[in-house]
Write a protein that binds this ligand. Structure first.
Ligand SMILES: *Cc1c(COP(=O)(O)O)cnc(C)c1O
Length: 379
């Protein structure tokens, strides 16, 4: 096997291409019916009342931080292990992210450690369904309710997952999706906030459109030229071209989740007897959406294993450096090393293996065999 196996990759069908071409031949390239159609279908799929689509998952997170009115001085609790965009959204609004340590077996934010971080400045908790496993939302909801905090889910990894039978992305006050090509469904770039709250929905729509209270299509329909800018918003709109692709992709989401779970089960079987390779645990009461398949190496040197895998043409990766150890956070914002010891220790030993629906069984077997081999020579 000579070709490079990436860690993630989109699947594009002829039907996807036709859907995009259809929009190019239509009247609306942006702010049109494909945007509202995609929002409606995604909200329905997850069991949410509203979906508001954005130009990226990061823009959607920024929108959520705006919608809940995070302001300078406010604190928001976020996990140490996540993509930086989760906590950047708090910083965009002038708020301060407070990093919570993770559980060592799942790398999900540890609810037992959240409560100790709450102060009179805390406004919200942003949970991250790391790798695709939904967090313990019952525990988080109890804590948030007791302290009157909002609960937001960065669900960029967990579209299609379930928690105690309930859909991920429908369990928090707002849930954020990303449609980057490595995520479960793609629009090229794109994101969405899902919510049941009408007030959040209207603030999100205003925020993605410069802080203007009506959009172009609404003005066309009402025959009026007048609009008002009420808040400092952005142009965070997504196009109809992208949303047509999103709607087309959504039709295959369930099949893709099934394939991701089958790949994970196949990897698990390869590693079940290994001392050196330990997959992260999956709780019995969730259905894991497997955006990532992450293992923890025991004994072998992660750097050496990483190089050997890359040299074998396997696109392993590391998700993630604890956010506060990025120089922007440590040097500019003053966060110190050692803040979340479980996360820092885990970071030294984790590796993400290729995981995407188009990965075939032979590639899974090849990856697993190469990993076991790379670990045995580098102990
Ligand atoms: C992908 C991702 C984002 C950001 O999404 P973009 O669409 O790339 O802006 C945010 N949080 C997490 C956890 C992600 O994986």
């Amino acid at each position: 096997m000579k070709t490079y196996i990436p860690y993630g990759r989109q699947s594009i069908s002829e039907e996807d291409i036709q859907a995009v071409v259809g929009v190019l031949r239509s009247d609306f390239l942006t702010t049109g019916p494909a945007v509202s159609g995609f929002e409606k279908q995604t909200a329905e799929y997850t069991g949410s009342r509203f979906g508001v689509a954005f130009s990226s998952g990061t823009a959607a997170l920024h929108g959520a931080a705006f919608a809940m009115n995070i302001q300078p001085g406010d604190e928001v609790i976020v996990p140490a292990i996540t993509f930086a965009a989760t906590s950047n959204a708090v910083v965009y609004q002038g708020g301060r992210p407070v990093f919570c340590d993770v559980e060592s077996d799942t790398l999900l934010m540890d609810p037992a450690k959240v409560e100790a971080l709450i102060t009179d400045k805390t406004r919200a908790v942003i949970a991250v369904d790391y790798a695709g496993q939904p967090c313990d939302y019952d525990a988080l909801r109890r804590i948030c309710d007791a302290h009157e905090l909002l609960l937001v889910a960065d669900a960029c990894h967990s579209l299609g997952g379930r928690y105690k039978g309930r859909m991920a992305c429908s369990l928090a006050d707002m849930s954020i999706l990303s449609f980057h090509p490595v995520k479960h469904i793609t629009t090229g770039e794109g994101g969405m906030v899902l919510t049941d709250n009408k007030g959040f929905e209207s603030r999100l729509k205003m925020f993605r459109n410069h802080g203007i209270t009506t959009d172009y299509r609404q003005r066309e329909q009402s025959g009026s030229w007048y609009y008002e800018m009420r808040e400092l918003g952005y142009n965070y709109r997504i196009t109809d071209i992208q949303c047509a692709l999103g709607m087309s992709q959504l039709k295959r989401l369930d099949a893709w989740i099934g394939r991701r779970q089958a790949i994970a089960a196949r990897y698990d079987r390869h590693f079940s007897a290994s001392e050196a390779v330990a997959p992260l645990s999956c709780r019995p009461d969730v259905s894991h959406a497997y955006h990532l398949y992450v293992v923890r190496l025991r004994g072998a040197d992660r750097g050496a294993v990483f190089s050997r895998m890359r040299n074998s043409g396997i696109g392993v990766n590391v998700h993630y450096l604890p956010v506060y150890r990025h120089p922007y956070y440590s040097e500019r914002l003053g966060y110190r090393a050692g803040l979340c010891p479980v996360a820092e220790d885990a970071y030294e030993h984790i590796l993400s293996l290729p995981m995407f629906p188009g990965l075939n069984d032979a590639e899974v077997d090849f990856t697993a065999e190469k990993l076991l081999e790379a670990c045995s020579v580098s102990v």
